[in-house]
Design a protein around this ligand. Structure first.
Ligand SMILES: [Zn+2]
Length: 242
């Protein structure tokens, strides 16, 4: 599960629309970037594309975030399901992302930048556990005891109309490929955009209990943040998570 934080219009519509016009010059606004659809090349307008061509589209979308202003940040949480038997992985990831987003806004507040955060969700999550959680985020926030800076009501938007939601979908896809297929080709494009401070990556969580010495940037950075290897810059290693 991921979030893309677009502040101050650091991420505009222009670049994705330019990319869309290379896919359908006549109707670029009808092109919806959905990473798994592009990758599988089964539906229009991705049907008939070569594999490298389709992969290039996904990388192009991620490149918009990779090349964006510093104020645009990414947040993601990868959950190793067997590590948390009996827990709903979606709830776990949602709670984690909200907490990380709130902590980030706390840090901004400490620097004098008082802003409320707004959660924007794809409305296709309609009638899912996620929508229920988002609608109840006010009470959840109280339950977790941590959410202070996020507005009470989340916003649901049609992903077809929101390039930012489409971008978040691609970030999720890149994290999925990174942790599920040991394929970092997509992840590496946006790895530097995960929110970080003083060399500790706060924007990416890897929830797993199987390997305390796991060498992925999220796990290495978390250990560094707890005082170990604190002077080392986190490096990107591949692992073979399920
Ligand atoms: Zn990890």
């Amino acid at each position: 599960m991921t979030g893309v934080l677009g502040r101050e219009f650091a991420l505009g519509r222009k670049e994705p629309d330019t990319l869309a016009s290379t896919v359908d010059a006549a109707k670029p606004y009808d092109v919806e970037f959905h990473a798994s659809e592009i990758f599988s090349r089964r539906v229009h307008p991705w049907r008939g594309m070569s594999k490298p061509e389709a992969q290039g589209i996904i990388k192009g979308v991620l490149g918009v975030l990779g090349g964006s202003y510093d104020t645009a940040k990414a947040f993601a949480c990868a959950v190793h399901k067997p590590s948390f038997p009996g827990r709903d992985p979606v709830e776990l990831a949602f709670e984690d992302l909200c907490s990380r987003f709130d902590l980030y806004l706390n840090r901004l507040r400490a620097e004098g930048d008082r802003q409320r955060g707004l959660l924007i969700l794809d409305e296709s999550t309609h009638e899912t556990a996620l929508q229920k959680m988002a609608r109840e985020s006010r009470t959840l926030g109280t339950r977790w005891g941590v959410i202070r800076n996020i507005t009470e009501t989340p916003l649901f938007v049609d992903s077809h109309a929101s390039r930012l939601v489409q971008l978040a979908d691609h970030v999720a896809y890149s994290v999925f490929r990174r942790y599920n297929a040991s394929d970092a080709n997509y992840f590496d494009i946006i790895a530097s955009k995960f929110e970080s401070m003083d060399g500790v990556i706060h924007g990416l969580a890897h929830k797993q209990t199987i390997d305390p010495e796991r060498m992925c940037i999220a796990c290495v950075s978390r250990r560094a943040g707890h005082g170990r290897q604190a002077d080392q810059t986190p490096l990107l290693f591949l692992d073979d998570d399920q």
